[in-house]
Design a protein around this ligand. Structure first.
Ligand SMILES: [Zn+2]
Length: 199
């Protein structure tokens, strides 16, 4: 056996059901789901959809709790430019961008890699950017109970870029602050460190 295997597993029953439905969609839009290039498309689309919504089966609080450590450090911890890919719940089209997360520990810190992981847990669901921001913020606040937590998300929405208003260069920014970040000086220090225009 090879030393490492990247293993993906899909529920076969759900894959089959979704496959049928994607096949109907392809036919309904005026295509032919039986033509060569499209033969395996319903199955690929089904698996892609399950991958992109795997967050429903994951528990962000459990992920954080599995990597929390006692530590006296009480300065701001910032993880910026976390790549983010999600699906808007109105059109099921992608929105993507960056998340910046900060917290001020209150006796406990969390393994740094867990923060991008919980961003993914909430991003891999049908979302609106506002709720995604809030989900990450509240999860950190309730689990880690820090002195303060801040989340900023900057994202581009395909539903705006490809259809509707067709504003190709617009970026939507959302933010949420708790605890010490509600103080203007702390918030500004964080915004300066992530290089955000927000104030
Ligand atoms: Zn949308």
């Amino acid at each position: 056996m090879s030393p490492y295997r990247n293993f993906e597993e899909y529920n076969l029953e759900i894959t089959d059901e979704l496959k049928e439905k994607f096949s109907s969609v392809i036919n309904e839009i005026g295509e032919d789901a039986t033509r060569d290039g499209l033969l395996k498309t319903p199955e690929r689309a089904a698996k892609a959809m399950m991958f992109l919504t795997q967050g429903y089966q994951q528990d962000a609080e459990e992920i954080l709790k599995g990597a929390m450590f006692k530590e006296d450090y009480d300065d701001m911890v910032i993880i910026k430019n976390i790549e983010l890919y999600s699906l808007c719940e109105h059109h099921m089209l992608p929105f993507f961008g960056k998340a910046h997360v900060a917290y001020i520990p209150n006796g406990q810190i969390v393994g740094l890699s867990k923060i991008p992981r919980i961003v993914d847990v909430f991003a891999r669901r049908l979302q609106v950017q506002e709720r995604l921001t809030h989900d990450i913020l509240e999860c950190l606040n309730n689990t880690l109970k820090p002195k303060g937590v801040a989340v900023v998300i900057e994202a581009s929405h395909m539903c705006m870029m490809m259809r509707g208003v067709q504003k190709q260069n617009s970026v939507t920014t959302t933010s949420g602050f708790r605890g010490q970040f509600e103080k203007i000086e702390t918030r500004n220090e964080f915004l300066k460190l992530i290089g955000s225009e927000l104030s």
